[in-house]
Design a protein around this ligand. Structure first.
Ligand code: UDP
Length: 237
């Protein structure tokens, strides 16, 4: 058994997006491939999914909507993404449970319960935590950090379109280089935007590692990082 027994995978809504602002079936297949390769290694997987491909509260508020209502819509968008991922998991014979940060009836998903989540994870079930923290004015990065701490995960793995944290924007600066590891203090001193400030502060305080990796390349990238390969950027105390 490697260093990681239980991880929290953070998938942004954008990472799931298709051109029509919904979910892309090909991306869902890729996500299932990533989950499968991690489970095959005997590592337990919790997932927090974003909703930015559908709604973001701050953007809705800018367009004139009440911010709290906009955030409720954003959180409901994360529930839709979670249901899409759960459907793809089940089709691929992966046991999965969807929980929500606020209660939703009708058998759509279960309310967040850290004991139930821990039990399910121990049995090899993938637990998808939707609706972020369940409260407005937060992000799913903070939701991911909170759930990771609640379930006792060793790290948050943030799937992005880039393979880690760079000294500068690699799209703009060809001399930019990727960090293999970074401390929280270095990331703050260098003003590197890895997660929003509240999520970042929680990780630091609770000694929770953050690993940024690319979900676009190989579906085995995450499982290879779990095996010890330096394929992303790890931020730790
Ligand atoms: N949101 C919220 N509280 C939370 C998490 C999310 O109100 O704890 C809302 C917020 O409006 C946010 C939206 O849900 O913009 C979608 O989440 P996020 O922007 O984090 O998604 P991502 O960028 O990961 O796709």
């Amino acid at each position: 058994m490697g260093k990681y027994k239980r991880i929290l995978l953070k998938l942004s809504g954008e990472a799931l997006a298709s051109s029509d602002n919904t979910v892309d079936p090909e991306t869902l297949n890729r996500v299932v491939g990533i989950i499968k390769s991690v489970l095959d290694q005997g590592v337990e997987v919790g997932i927090v999914v974003g909703g930015g491909n559908i709604f973001r509260g701050a953007a809705l508020a800018e367009a004139g909507m009440n911010r709290v209502t906009g955030d409720h819509m954003g959180m409901l968008a994360t529930v839709m993404n979670a249901l899409a991922i759960s459907d793809s998991c089940r089709k691929n014979n992966i046991d999965v449970l969807v929980m929500s940060g606020f209660p939703i009836g009708g058998g759509v998903c279960e309310p967040m319960d850290h004991n139930k989540a821990r039990q399910a994870l121990s049995n090899g079930t993938v637990v998808i935590f939707s609706a972020g923290t369940g409260a407005p004015y937060f992000t799913t990065d903070t939701g991911a950090t909170l759930r990771a701490i609640e379930i006792g995960a060793q790290a948050v793995f943030k799937a992005t379109k880039v393979d880690g944290v760079y000294t500068a924007d690699p799209m703009k600066d060809p001399t930019a280089t990727r960090y293999d590891t970074l401390s929280f203090d270095e990331a703050i001193a260098k003003n590197l935007q890895i997660m929003d400030t509240s999520a970042f502060a929680m990780c630091r305080e609770h000694n929770l590692e953050i690993c940024v990796f690319s979900m676009l390349e190989d579906t085995n990238t995450l499982s290879n990082i779990l095996k010890g390969e330096a394929l992303g950027t790890i931020v730790r105390n």
